[in-house]
Design a protein around this ligand. Structure first.
Ligand SMILES: NC(=O)c1ccc[n+]([C@@H]2O[C@H](COP(=O)([O-])OP(=O)(O)OC[C@H]3O[C@@H](n4cnc5c(N)ncnc54)[C@H](OP(=O)(O)O)[C@@H]3O)[C@@H](O)[C@H]2O)c1
Length: 283
């Protein structure tokens, strides 16, 4: 069962249905994913559905993911990212399900980068703090659950833009885009993360499940332009000081993917973008 049907939830459901009967949940935005039963469920309220369906595996992708909104509405962020996962873990324990919980590189302060799983955490914004509390809540209830930390997700999503699809659409329209040169992550193709999560489903503990490359937003934008044959002169380099974000961002939250590489192959950005290009051509 996949909780959440945003960018990642949709991809995980599509990958999972090849091997398992797969149910998927949405909260406010109803979804229709071929081959998967879809149910409405709000993890901050009523999660009786979990006991009714009693799945063997639960992959929890649902979260309040808007980093600035989490800073503004802290109570909602705490409910969705901290208490919600703990409630799901409690239900998973009752029904004997394996829980795979998706977390974030924003649990780190970004002073160093290329973080390994045992490295000390220190979130610098409320999104990161609420997600870290979610990790702790899940592990407290279910020590053999799996926590999969990821970083800047991208991929085709018919419903909402992400950094890569936003950049493609702006550049295709000939619009100039301002992109920061001083923020580094391990951008992750959501399809690739889905493969990693399914490969790890019987493992326990924390895994860094991200793309295989530390890259700045600016270099990522350049690679997008080159892969999709777009005008890279429209990409204007700026620094994060020039942006008015509500929430602070870690400078370098890139993740070391050595541990997960024993189970699945994380893709670098070139391979991730090429896959997206092929998917678009095949549509
Ligand atoms: N996106 C990134 O760059 C990124 C980076 C690092 C980590 N992550 C983590 O990766 C996971 C997946 O991210 P994503 O990009 O797929 O997110 P997304 O596209 O924003 O989707 C979030 C999903 O969570 C659901 N949701 C939100 N609040 C809910 C609630 N109270 N109850 C039930 N469902 C709720 C939403 O449902 P509705 O739309 O139906 O309301 C939506 O399906 C999250 O745990 C996120 O923290 C993401």
């Amino acid at each position: 069962m996949v909780i959440g049907s945003g960018l990642l939830g949709r991809k995980v459901a599509q990958a999972s249905r090849e091997h398992f009967d797969t149910a998927v949940t949405y909260n406010k935005n109803q979804v229709d994913i071929d081959g998967c039963q879809a149910y409405q469920m709000d993890i901050t309220k009523d999660i009786e559905l979990l006991e009714a369906l009693s799945p063997r595996y639960i992959i929890l992708t649902a979260a309040m993911t808007n980093v600035d909104q989490c800073e503004i509405d802290r109570a909602a962020a705490w409910q969705a990212n901290a208490l919600g996962p703990q409630r799901v873990a409690t239900a998973a324990k009752r029904i004997g399900a394996k829980l795979i919980h998706v977390s974030t590189d924003y649990v780190f302060d970004g002073q160093r980068g290329m973080y390994k799983e045992p490295d000390p955490v220190c979130p610098i914004n409320y999104y990161g703090a609420s997600k870290l509390a979610g990790e702790a809540g899940v592990r407290g209830v279910l020590p053999d659950s799996l926590i999969a930390r990821t970083s800047v997700l991208y991929g085709w999503n018919p419903v909402r833009l992400n950094f890569v699809t936003w950049a493609i659409s702006e550049l295709r329209r000939g619009n100039r885009i301002n992109i920061v040169t001083d923020q580094f992550t391990s951008a992750t193709l959501a399809d690739n993360l889905s493969t990693m999560l399914l490969a790890l489903r019987d493992e326990a503990g924390i895994f860094h499940t991200a793309g295989a490359e530390r890259i700045s937003r600016y270099d990522l934008a350049l690679k997008i332009a080159r892969t999709f044959d777009l005008d890279e002169s429209l990409i204007n380099p700026i620094t994060s000081e020039q942006l008015q974000w509500k929430a602070r961002r870690p400078k370098d939250s890139s993740l070391d993917i050595g541990k997960v590489s024993e189970f699945a192959e994380p893709l670098n950005v070139d391979r991730g973008l090429e896959l997206m290009l092929r998917q678009e051509v095949m549509q």
